[in-house]
Design a protein around this ligand. Structure first.
Ligand SMILES: [Zn+2]
Ligand SMILES: [Zn+2]
Length: 352
């Protein structure tokens, strides 16, 4: 066991602050990583403030962070995938049972016994797992990803959650060249959706409530921007979409988007509105359309996504901050005041 520097929330009402945490010494299959950048995901904020107490009550101190990019410092004797000095990444999961049908299919995100990167029972040290707001982490090689060397590392960090969350449903639903793809909500997830859909060769339409996002949407790779409050503009696109990625977590009318789908089209939810959605059965029946949801992605697909990003030079648009600004960043996140993801430069932790 060794001590690592970290930023933790001591309680649900206190700001995050500097602390030391225990990490295990790398075992046979483990990779020890010096964390260089960690993205800030909205889940971090929910978890820190114990806003999911019914399903995942927070254990304090809580060290969040599941968009981790760094460099390998040490590997266990049985590690074949990595060596010291390699770039490496860790996403939302650090372990699973590896034996269930989901794991065998490489769909660890559906494993009933997965271990999330933070606030999950830690089977090595007891207590809970600690995430990426830290200078170091130790993870089994099976859950460590390779990062293409051409990618900007600060921008690569958010690929591990925002990236895979948008890439996975596009791959599952077969988004391909020439299709018409809609992206609802241009935030951390949505902006990655635009980049992936564009890189996959789709005709990309961004739906936004605010006209001032138009230029940015076009710059990110959108072909068109539709102001969703404008019913006439929406009507022009009725029945024309193969696929729509809905990344909005606020209350909104899902039927307006279902009606834009062509036959067999699909709306996939990657945002999680608090209240249940009212879905018109008629909208689904006509055109055999479907409404679905998708969480992150499995480990093989996460590697595929990173390789895809390397090939197409896709990274998130980030604002790099020192760890000391994390509490301020949370407040700004609540106001959607970031383009489009915060990435913490973990070198800033050295001065703590
Ligand atoms: Zn996340
Ligand atoms: Zn499993």
């Amino acid at each position: 066991m060794y001590k690592a520097k970290a930023y933790a929330a001591p309680s649900q009402t206190s700001p995050l602050g500097s602390t030391n945490i225990s990490r295990r010494d790398p075992t046979d299959q483990d990779v020890q990583i010096e964390i260089l950048f960690c993205g800030i995901c909205h889940s971090d904020l929910h978890q820190v403030r114990n806003e999911w107490k019914e399903v995942m009550p927070t254990v304090y101190p809580c060290v969040p962070g599941h968009e981790i990019v760094g460099r390998v410092t040490k590997v266990g004797a049985g590690v074949t995938k990595f060596k010291a000095g390699d770039l490496a990444a860790v996403g939302c999961m650090v372990d699973s049972d590896r034996t269930c049908p989901e794991c065998q299919a490489g769909l660890e995100q559906f494993c009933p016994n997965f271990t999330l990167t933070y606030n999950f029972p830690d089977k090595h040290l007891g207590g809970v797992t600690y995430g990426g707001y830290s200078d170091s982490i130790v993870v089994d090689q099976r859950f460590v990803l390779h990062v293409p060397s051409n990618l900007n590392l600060a921008g690569a960090a958010p690929l591990l959650c925002a990236g895979i969350t948008t890439y996975s449903p596009m791959r599952h639903w077969g988004v391909t060249k020439g299709q018409k793809v809609g992206i609802v909500g241009l935030g951390g997830l949505g902006h990655m959706g635009v980049k992936f859909a564009h890189a996959l060769g789709a005709h990309v339409v961004v739906f936004s409530t605010s006209p001032n996002k138009k230029d940015d949407a076009l710059r990110l790779g959108a072909d068109e921007v539709v102001i969703s409050k404008n019913a006439d503009e929406m009507q022009k696109h009725a029945g024309s979409f193969h696929f729509i990625l809905d990344a909005v977590s606020a209350d909104h009318d899902i039927n307006a988007y279902i009606n834009l789908l062509r036959r067999d089209g699909n709306v996939v939810l990657v945002g999680a509105p608090e209240k249940p959605l009212a879905v018109s059965a008629f909208g689904l029946l006509m055109g055999r359309r479907s409404l679905s949801g998708s969480p992150i992605g499995g480990i093989p697909e996460t590697q595929e996504m990173l390789d895809f990003c390397g090939k197409h030079n896709v990274t998130a648009d980030v604002e790099v901050i020192p760890i000391q600004k994390v509490n301020e960043a949370y407040e700004r996140l609540l106001k959607s005041d970031v383009k489009y993801r915060f990435s913490i430069d973990m070198a800033s932790l050295k001065s703590e």
